[in-house]
Design a protein around this ligand. Structure first.
Ligand SMILES: Nc1ncnc2c1ncn2[C@@H]1O[C@H](COP(=O)(O)OP(=O)(O)OP(=O)(O)O)[C@@H](O)[C@H]1O
Ligand SMILES: [Mg+2]
Length: 476
């Protein structure tokens, strides 16, 4: 299902003054020095590549010593396969098109080269030399957190630029000559327009979740931003689903990219998929029974209002729950994610803003309370569990009327789920959920939440506040 867009790539012939050793794969596309078939055969989830080319240490792959030390300090000692495959070329300055499944370590595959190659250079005020574009604010913060120890080790600096928060600190960071910017496209474009930032010195740019950045909603601004970076700069595109959607970016911005695709297209066995058919009246009850177990669950809904409503309903059922979606202010979004990541809340209800890239360790269940719109969303949402070699369970809750669409979506995702019809009390639901967790909130609070749910399904934020730290204003 994930055909890399290599055959169609018509890269411009830019020169970057770096050695381009290694065989040519298809037409003008340069392949990994190791044969791609061998790289593809490696399962990143195992973390134990079975072939010699992928057994190298970070140092042997060319990672500078201070970065090796910094990685080791953070417990990262052995490169994951996407890193083993992409790092030599990325460190050599080549353009890279990288696909590895969700949770396979793509962030370090581009962060290490950023820190390594920008070290020792000069950055001017308002003119970063490294740029990472990502689709959501949460992902920007997360990528920054990965970069911080690496850039410190190389005497560099990094900042985030995204909306929903004041621009003054971001402008101040740019003035202080920040080397690397991790940005959401909209706010970065604003700051450029206001003259606070120029991309003319960017030596390395990265598009994380590249196929999503090529979606219609992002493409015009992403193209404008990338056009503002120098043609001879290094560009890297990464995603778990790097399909033909990125063609438009590959053709325009990549030069003879080195292509790395390091896992089989089907999701790995460590991720178990259930498809549960429920009567519409039972949907909330089944989700509450699943999320009410002692594991940690991430629950996806299709809409922001749907997320708000389901959060209230789960809270009323005594589930320790927070929510993450675009109707919340940035402060509330950050508090929700922090609370879920720290384990203070066992359950987070989210829209697709949490579907891509977000890493929270130890999520046991991903529950599609609303089936996603398409197969790529299914893979990314589901990929919030079973990361970095861990196990995970994915449950799709469908109504009988949704069955046809969901079947087609699963087929395209290459998933063959365990299917059953269930109600909230079914033994299967109990066995997936595991032992019930202690109920959150006092009985009085739960009754208040229930009253709010009954009285006003689309409003009543006070009820949610019993488990969700609301501080933000409403956002569109
Ligand atoms: N070499 C490594 N050794 C041990 N852990 C690693 C290694 N590389 C990455 N990880 C860990 O694996 C987890 C997943 O990494 P990351 O978020 O980069 O995945 P990803 O491929 O970008 O996934 P997604 O497609 O969902 O964005 C992180 O916790 C990261 O610290
Ligand atoms: Mg990622």
């Amino acid at each position: 299902m994930t055909a890399l867009p290599i055959e169609n790539s018509r890269a411009s012939r830019r020169r970057r003054g770096v050695a381009r050793s290694g065989p040519t794969a298809t037409g003008n596309v340069r392949s990994n020095p190791a044969p791609r078939s061998r790289v593809r055969a490696t399962d990143p989830a195992s973390g134990a590549p079975g072939i010699a080319t992928l057994n190298a240490t970070f140092a042997e792959l060319g990672v500078p010593r201070p970065l090796v030390a910094s990685l080791a300090e953070g417990g990262i000692a052995v490169p994951f396969p996407i890193q083993a495959a992409a790092l030599p070329d990325a460190l050599a300055g080549l353009d890279v098109l990288g696909r590895g499944r969700t949770g396979s370590g793509k962030t370090l595959a581009f962060s290490i080269p950023l820190a390594a190659r920008l070290a020792g250079g000069h950055t001017s005020a308002g003119r970063p030399r490294g740029l990472v574009l990502v689709p959501t604010r949460e992902l920007a913060s997360q990528v920054q957190a990965v970069l911080v120890p690496l850039v410190r080790a190389m005497d560099l600096s990094v900042t985030t630029i995204f909306g929903g928060t004041g621009q003054n600190p971001q402008v101040a960071a740019l003035r202080r000559r920040v080397d690397i910017v991790v940005a959401c496209p909209g706010r970065l474009a604003d700051l450029i327009e206001q003259g606070h930032c120029h991309l003319g010195d960017v030596e390395i740019s990265v598009l994380d979740e590249a196929d999503h950045m090529a979606d219609l909603g992002f493409l015009p601004v992403v193209r404008r931003l990338m056009d503002a970076t120098p043609q001879e700069g290094q560009r890297m595109l990464f995603s778990a689903t790097l399909d033909n959607a990125v063609d438009v970016l590959v053709r325009r911005f990549l030069n003879e990219p080195s292509v790395h695709s390091v896992d089989p297209p089907a999701p790995p066995a460590s991720m178990v998929h259930h498809l549960l058919t429920v009567a519409p009246a039972d949907r909330v009850g089944v989700v509450a029974a699943l999320a009410g177990g002692s594991g940690r669950s991430l629950v996806f809904t299709r809409t922001k209002h749907g997320a708000e409503r389901l959060t209230r309903q789960l809270a009323a059922a005594g589930v320790s729950v927070v929510q993450l979606h675009g109707n919340l202010g940035q402060g509330a979004r950050e508090r929700s994610l922090a609370s879920f990541a720290a384990g203070a809340a066992r359950v987070m209800v989210a829209t697709d803003i949490a579907a891509r890239g977000i890493h929270v360790a130890g999520i046991d269940l991903v529950i599609h309370a609303d089936p996603p719109a398409e197969h790529k969303a299914y893979l990314h949402r589901s990929g919030r569990t079973a990361r970095a070699g861990a196990d995970g369970v994915v449950i799709t809750v469908q109504s009988p009327a949704q069955a046809g669409d969901v079947r087609a979506l699963m087929r395209r995702a290459g998933v063959n789920p365990l299917a059953a019809s269930v109600s909230p009390g079914s033994a299967l639901v109990r066995s997936i959920a595991g032992p019930p967790a202690a109920k959150a909130g006092s009985a009085g609070q739960r009754r208040a939440a229930e009253r709010t749910v009954t009285a006003s399904p689309a409003a009543g934020r006070g009820a949610v506040a019993m488990s969700v730290g609301h501080g933000g204003r409403r956002r569109r």
